[in-house]
Design a protein around this ligand. Structure first.
Ligand code: F6R
Length: 610
């Protein structure tokens, strides 16, 4: 998982533009980075282990000469983070430089063949085979584009690559199962893993499909499609899409961290998402209605959204859905179960390889694929029969926040629409549910406005604690699990999210005086039983922190700390507002412990490895 960029300008030095583009891609990986440029027939490279700003401070990327170049920010897969393993990688003669996002599965065999032909390798990466293969191909093919084409037909696995040669006039890029977009600007032409990389230069983009190869010069992007034999067929000119994101949307907008900005953006993200067209929603719901089985596939936070959806679909639409964790997908679902099954894949990035693999497996078995994603043109959208987009805008912080809220809102809307089809809701009832859902943007605005400073104080009070339980019942189990995931991943605090009732069957053994337990306790039909769980934990000396209704004086009195929230317009959608304090708690827990919440260690924004 990495971020890549390539740029060809008509004139001027490109290095600082590439460096700033890499900064905007740093959410994709940040253990090492590098830039290569070409000037007067010579390749120049600076790369090292660490984050871009630190490397720049040491090496000054901006002094690299030339108006053409490529850049890379890495999330290690093959070979640990180090200077030699950082991209760009080169051939033996230092005439070709390559940046790559993805994994070359057959690199070991390719490397052995190349070594037998006398090629010398410097790194432990899978990527380094690519420049050496292009070097080989250039001994008998006339152009860089054809040499790249010959090379990629031999690669197994996934890749988005950008190739720079020393003629200094052209780049060649190609993709298979890893994202790549082209940007057409007035000063030059770009390709990158994601649009924010070149957003200050242009909003005109073309999303590449698998097996497409593009030849870029400062004023052209000529596209071809490659077949299995390596032959390139030119593609007709494709009209660019003008993306609506402003550079401001893709940057911090005055907040200290992307994560905090994205938490605060949730009211806007939610109302945009709730503007989903009724027809699109109904078409989607109809597919679900017409299938015997509904299976959800998702990972991490998106999986928690599908957990909540299980309750919504059951209570609102009278439909049981089976939730499967993406990484377990292909092993869980037997081959005979594809037919009559609608698969609902939920993934903000649309690039999570576990989700893609499970979906591919089920598609091959004859399942119909629906997806909810935030990323236009992502790999999942090409696999799916139907797509619903959440409208969160770019989410840069590694921890999912606003994309979670928008997934919940989309799943909630879908369950209402399906409920009308199944007859579980009358038209009037479903209208009332939609009205309730539409109150959530204002509701969460109020939660952020009224509770943020208290949550910060709570985070401070529990700063010395290194273990937490997050407990809930019913739909709130998913909220509890999401709260635990958030604090684990950005504050590095051990936390378990658990069904409160189940906590008696083991986890309670860990509770001793002072052990902090966060109860997610909306005023729904689980509230009465949850109180017994609170009492059980309190009797063992636990510190009780309740996220509960402001009207729930009884629980507020029972708790050591309470974070009171506004009354819910509908109990079915409680995760949308009850997750907000947990996101803020995790954020402040990270800040107070001195960690960068936007780039937690060992994690990356979209996980494109199995
Ligand atoms: C947690 C987080 C991850 C993702 C997971 C799935 O904050 O961001 O757990 O939710 O990697 O990602 P998507 O939704 O892109 O498939």
């Amino acid at each position: 998982m990495c971020g890549i960029i390539g740029a060809v300008h008509m004139k001027g030095n490109i290095a600082s533009i590439l460096r700033q583009s890499l900064k905007r891609l740093e959410y994709r990986g940040y253990d090492s980075s590098g830039i290569a440029t070409v000037s007067e027939g010579t390749l120049f490279i600076k790369k090292d282990k660490g984050k871009i700003d630190d490397i720049h401070h040491r090496l000054n990327f901006d002094t690299l000469p030339g108006s053409i170049g490529i850049g890379h920010t890495r999330w290690a897969t093959h070979g640990p983070p180090s200077k030699v393993n950082a991209h760009p990688h080169t051939d033996c003669q230092k005439r070709i430089a390559v940046v790559h996002n993805g994994i070359i599965e057959n690199y070991q065999e390719l490397r052995e063949q190349l070594q037998a032909n006398g090629h010398r390798f410097e790194s432990q990466t899978d990527t380094e085979v690519i420049p050496h293969m292009i070097e080989e191909a250039l001994s008998h093919t006339p152009t860089l584009k054809e040499a790249v084409a010959e090379t990629i037909t031999q690669l197994e696995g996934s890749y988005a690559i950008v190739v720079l040669g020393t003629n200094g006039k052209e780049l060649v890029c190609a993709r298979k199962e890893s994202p790549l977009v082209i940007g057409l600007g007035t000063q030059g032409v770009y390709c990158a893993s994601d649009v924010p990389a070149f957003l200050p230069m242009t909003r005109k983009t073309i999303v590449l499909e698998d097996h497409e190869v593009v030849h870029l010069t400062s004023n052209s992007a000529l596209m071809s499609r490659i077949d299995d034999t390596g032959s390139l067929a030119p593609l007709p000119i494709r009209e660019p899409t003008v993306v609506k994101w402003t550079i401001d949307m893709a940057q911090k907008g005055g907040y200290p961290h992307f994560m905090l900005k994205e938490i605060h953006e949730q009211p806007r993200a939610l109302s945009d998402t709730l503007r989903i067209r009724k027809n699109d929603l109904e078409a989607f719901a109809e597919v679900l209605h017409n299938h015997k089985n509904i299976l959800t596939i998702a990972a991490g936070t998106s999986f928690h959204a599908t957990m909540a959806a299980k309750y919504m679909f059951s209570h609102i639409a009278d439909r049981l859905i089976h939730g499967v964790i993406a990484s377990e997908g292909s092993d869980t679902v037997a081959e005979s179960l594809g037919k009559d099954t609608a698969v609902l894949a939920v993934t903000q990035s649309g690039e999570t390889i576990d989700t893609l693999h499970a979906v591919k497996h089920l598609k091959n078995q004859g399942a119909t694929i629906l997806t909810i994603t935030n990323t236009v043109g992502s790999s999942i959208t090409r696999m799916a029969d139907s797509v619903l987009y959440t409208q969160a805008g770019p989410e840069i912080g590694v921890a999912a926040t606003k994309t979670y809220a928008t997934q919940l809102a989309t799943l909630a809307s879908l369950s209402i629409s399906l409920g009308t089809m199944t007859g579980a809701q009358t038209d009037k009832e479903s209208q009332e549910l939609f009205m309730a859902l539409n109150q959530f943007p204002n509701l969460i605005q109020a939660v952020i406005r009224n509770q943020e400073s208290q949550i910060k104080e709570t985070a401070q009070q529990y700063i010395t604690k290194s273990n937490f339980f997050f407990l809930g019942r019913g739909i709130s189990t998913s909220t509890a699990m999401e709260g635990a995931l958030k604090i684990k991943e950005i504050a590095y605090v051990h936390a378990e999210g658990y069904p409160a009732g189940e906590s008696k069957h083991g986890p309670i053994a860990l509770v001793e005086p002072g052990f902090p337990i966060i109860f997610v306790a909306p005023n729904d039909n689980t509230r009465r039983h949850l109180e017994s769980n609170v009492m059980e934990m309190k009797a063992r000396g636990a510190q009780i922190i309740s996220i509960c209704s402001a009207t729930d004086q009884r629980l507020i009195d029972l708790s050591h700390h309470a974070i009171p929230l506004p009354e819910l317009p509908s109990k079915f959608f409680s995760p949308i507002s009850y997750v907000i304090p947990l996101q803020l708690l995790a954020y402040y827990a990270a800040i107070l412990r001195g960690h960068d919440p936007d780039q937690p260690r060992n994690l990356a924004k979209s996980v494109t490895v199995l």
